[in-house]
Design a binder for this molecule. Structure first.
Ligand SMILES: [Zn+2]
Length: 307
């Protein structure tokens, strides 16, 4: 009895001494916070929690597809263009968002908004691609408390990072954000818990950032992570990642803002997840174990997922 009283007092004392100390309370299924992600994102301060806005929507409306040269998710005024934790996502007890994994790689979702048939086909193709390449499963929501809501508000392309808790939006303005399947996969990969590839701590070994070409005030979008809070899951830097900015992202003058040190590298592809993206997802969601689990549960040779 004495021991539990002491423990409670200790927790209260620690909470007061360190205001950022928090207990992971995402959803009802326990926490599995993604290391380093929120430490990195909190560096952006209150801008992380602003509201979606129609000015971004107007820019995406005016965007002209140009394979890999610019991407609509790079037009936003949100953190790094397309990362947003809307105010309404402040978690239930008032603590700010955390960024957690989806238990067992299972991501319940609903499709809201007025997507066209071809928009829906693109979203479904993105889901099918994830199912084919990884053990992550996007499943229509029944009664789960944590889930994704696909919307198409006139506010650009954006998502939170990881599982935030409750209903969490992934906005895909139509048609801009649905022109390329890779844009849909990019926003979904944020929702799975991944940051932008060029934010990696060691990116300066792979690309040069041309600060003189960046739009004034948007230099923040080119911040990199700290090595100490990073988990790269043993996958090396990837120019071809669907999470990499294009070469002219946030350019003031059309000149490159990011120049790969490797001459033949192309940046900003939005066809699909790359081989290394797949590796990272499979490691974060422990796909090898998932396969074993599935087999044991269902008996031998029963509906083994294709990953
Ligand atoms: Zn992004």
């Amino acid at each position: 009895m004495m021991r539990s009283v002491t423990l409670v007092l200790t927790v209260v004392t620690v909470s007061k001494a360190f205001p950022n100390f928090h207990i992971n309370n995402v959803g009802d299924s326990g926490g599995d916070e993604i290391g380093g992600v929120m430490e990195y994102l909190r560096g952006f301060g209150e801008t992380l929690y602003k509201q979606p806005n129609n000015e971004v929507g107007d820019m995406v409306k005016a965007w002209v597809p140009s394979k890999g040269l610019s991407n609509p998710e790079e037009l936003g005024t949100y953190v790094e263009g397309d990362i947003l934790f809307p105010e309404s996502h402040t978690s239930r007890n008032g603590l700010r968002a955390v960024s957690a994994r989806w238990p067992n790689g299972r991501v319940p979702y609903v499709i809201s908004g007025s997507f066209s048939k071809s928009d829906l086909a693109t979203i479904n193709a993105a889901i099918a691609e994830y199912h084919q390449q990884t053990c992550v499963r996007f499943v229509p929501r029944t009664a789960e408390s944590d889930y994704l809501v696909f919307k198409n508000g006139q506010t650009g392309c954006w998502s939170s990072v990881g599982r935030v808790g409750g209903a969490q939006e992934i906005n895909l303005q139509s048609p801009g954000c649905l022109v390329q399947k890779g844009t849909v996969m990019h926003e979904m990969m944020h929702a799975l818990g991944f940051l932008h590839e060029q934010s990696r701590w060691e990116r300066d070994n792979f690309v040069d950032i041309n600060y003189q070409n960046i739009m004034p005030g948007r230099e923040n979008n080119f911040i990199k992570a700290e090595k100490s809070t990073t988990d790269d899951m043993g996958v090396e830097y990837d120019y071809g990642s669907v999470m990499h900015y294009s070469a002219t992202a946030f350019s003031a003058n059309g000149q490159p803002t990011i120049v790969p040190k490797s001459a033949n590298a192309a940046l900003g592809q939005r066809e699909s997840v790359s081989h290394k993206d797949v590796q990272k997802i499979r490691r974060m969601y422990q796909c090898k174990k998932a396969k074993a689990r599935d087999t044991i549960k269902n008996g031998t040779k029963f509906l083994e997922p294709t990953y």
